[in-house]
Design a protein around this ligand. Structure first.
Ligand code: 5GP
Ligand code: 5GP
Length: 230
C-alpha cells in the first residue's frame, strides 16, 4: 500500500513539474512592448538642455527612445541577459538609419551608440525569447516608419509651432491615423510649461504591429499642452 501511495505521489509530482516550469519561464518573459518616441524639441528646451549628436542636429521629427518589454500588470523586466552585450557589428547595416531615426540628445554629444547600448541592455535583452539583437533594432526602425507620428499630428493641424493643443486632440489624431490609442507623456519646458514629450504605443509580443494597450503608464499631462518647435 505504502509503495502504491509513494508511486502515486511521484506520478503526480511528475505531472505537476512541467507546468511549474512553464509558469516560471513565462513569468521571466513579457506580455507586450511599449514603443516610445520622444519629441526632440521637448527634450532640448528644458532647464537641463541637450546636446546634438556628433552627426549633427537631428531632423525635426519624433525620434525613437526605446522598445520596452512590459507585463500586463504594469511592471516590467529589465537587464535580462548580461551575456549578450550590445555589439554594433551585428547591426552595421542599420547604423545609418539609426543615426536618423534613433538620435541621442543627451550630453555630452555622442554618436548614439551609448544610447542604443543602454536600451539594448536594459530592455532589448528582455525580448530575446522573441527577437535577437538585429531584429530588436530593425523592429523599432520599422515601427517608427509605420507609425509616422508627426504625419498623424500635422494632418490634424497639430504642428510643432510652440502653440498649445488639447491633449485630447493629440491623442485622437494619433488614434485616427494608427487605429490605436497612444499614451502621452509630458515634461516641463524652461518656463515651467507642460509640453508633449513622449508618445507610447503598444506593440504585440512579436513586434509586428500595434495593439490596444493592456495597461497605460502612470502620470498625467494638463488638458492643454505645448508642442514646442525644434
Ligand atoms: P522615467 O522614470 O523617466 O519615467 O523612466 C525611466 C526609465 O525607466 C525609462 O526610460 C525606461 O527605461 C524605464 N521605464 C519607465 N517606465 C516604464 C514602463 O512602463 N515600462 C518599461 N518597460 N520601462 C519603463
Ligand atoms: P531610460 O530612461 O531609457 O532608462 O534611459 C535613458 C538613458 O539613455 C539615460 O541614461 C540617458 O542619459 C540616455 N540617453 C541618451 N540619449 C538620450 C536621449 O536622446 N533621450 C533619452 N531619454 N535618454 C537618452
Amino acid at each position: 500500500m505504502k509503495i502504491f501511495q509513494a508511486s502515486l505521489c511521484l506520478l503526480s509530482l511528475l505531472l505537476i513539474l512541467p507546468s511549474l516550469f512553464a509558469a516560471s519561464s513565462s513569468s521571466e518573459d513579457f506580455d507586450f512592448f511599449y514603443f516610445v518616441q520622444q519629441w526632440p524639441g521637448s527634450y532640448c528646451d528644458t532647464q537641463k538642455s541637450c546636446c546634438y549628436p556628433t552627426s549633427g542636429k537631428p531632423a525635426a521629427d519624433f525620434g525613437i527612445h526605446g522598445l520596452w518589454p512590459n507585463y500586463k500588470d504594469g511592471t516590467y523586466p529589465s537587464n535580462c541577459d548580461q551575456t549578450k552585450p550590445f555589439d554594433s557589428s551585428t547591426i552595421s547595416d542599420l547604423i545609418s538609419s539609426m543615426k536618423k531615426s534613433w538620435p541621442t540628445l543627451a550630453c555630452p554629444s555622442g554618436s548614439g551608440e551609448a544610447f542604443w547600448e543602454h536600451e539594448w541592455e536594459k530592455h532589448g535583452t528582455c525580448s530575446e525569447s522573441v527577437i535577437d539583437q538585429h531584429q530588436y533594432f530593425q523592429t523599432a526602425l520599422a515601427l517608427k516608419q509605420k507609425t509616422n507620428l508627426l504625419g498623424a499630428l500635422t494632418k490634424a493641424g497639430i504642428n510643432p509651432d510652440g502653440k498649445s493643443y488639447t491633449l485630447e486632440s493629440i491623442r485622437d489624431s494619433i488614434k485616427e491615423s494608427t487605429g490605436f490609442t497612444p499614451w502621452i507623456e509630458c515634461n516641463r519646458g524652461g518656463s515651467g510649461n507642460s509640453q508633449l514629450y513622449q508618445v507610447y504605443q503598444c506593440v504585440d509580443r512579436s513586434g509586428s504591429g500595434l495593439i490596444e494597450c493592456p495597461v497605460f503608464p502612470h502620470g498625467k499631462c494638463g488638458a492643454e499642452i505645448e508642442f514646442p518647435s525644434f
